[in-house]
Design a protein around this ligand. Structure first.
Ligand code: AMP
Length: 210
């Protein structure tokens, strides 16, 4: 099954992707995670990715599509994958259509006010990528791998505002682009509440496609 998770930064796509990945045994592919990995390298590419990300700007389409294409050609993607954070522009969606067929697009919907609150309280494990919210997790280290948690540069207030503006301008037109095959879910409740209808929908889709 090939799935796109569409939604603003901080809407809960990553958390939802992890649950789907576990239950349906398909990898979560986050372009943001891929870029953060490259950005750690002391290279021209690493420095330039850091600049885009820390200011909340999008990485250029050509580079993004090339990295994504290489990733989904991986052996572990043979039975499908979940795209988390890609596509983010109409040009990326059009490029994706030339590479592969997508089965379903899930729109994760959340009010911007809640997003701003969640993102500013988000802490991330720089080693394993696990995500925490300081209102429910006060520990300074990761429960999974023990690394010290950080606040991502782009989760700081000035950058959050930019990222949401970029989402409005560049990514939200994708809702129209995919309007004929969109499954919409609200992520205002708990992760379990968000996942429940998605799981039912994906299980039904699996049966239909068998
Ligand atoms: P994320 O972790 O998905 O919020 O992504 C973090 C940052 O990586 C974004 O703010 C962008 O700078 C960059 N990025 C991630 N995915 C894409 C994409 N599909 N197109 C362009 N830039 C991206």
């Amino acid at each position: 099954m090939k799935i796109i998770l569409l939604g603003a930064p901080g809407s809960g796509k990553g958390t939802l992707a992890k649950q789907i990945s576990k239950d349906f045994s398909i990898p979560q592919i986050s372009t943001g995670d891929l870029f953060r990995k490259f950005a750690k390298e002391d290279s021209q590419l690493g420095r330039s990715l850091n600049e885009y990300m820390s200011s909340g700007k999008l990485v250029p389409d050509s580079l993004t599509c090339q990295i994504l294409k290489t990733r989904i050609e991986g052996k572990d993607c043979r039975n499908g994958f979940i795209l988390d954070g890609f596509p983010r522009t109409i040009a990326q969606a059009q490029a994706l259509e030339k590479i592969t067929n997508i089965d379903t697009i899930i729109l994760v919907d959340l009010d911007f006010k809640i997003i701003i609150d969640r993102l500013s309280k988000r802490r991330t494990c720089p080693e394993c990528g696990e995500i925490y919210n300081i209102s429910s997790y006060s520990n300074k280290s990761c429960a999974k791998c023990g690394a010290e948690l950080i606040q991502r540069d782009d989760d700081k207030p000035e950058t959050i505002k930019n990222r949401l503006e970029v989402y409005e301008e560049k990514t939200s037109p994708l809702i129209n682009f995919y309007s004929d095959r969109l499954f919409k879910v609200s992520s205002a409740g708990s992760p379990e509440e968000t996942y429940r209808p998605v799981k039912t929908f994906l299980e039904a889709m699996e049966i239909v496609n068998e």
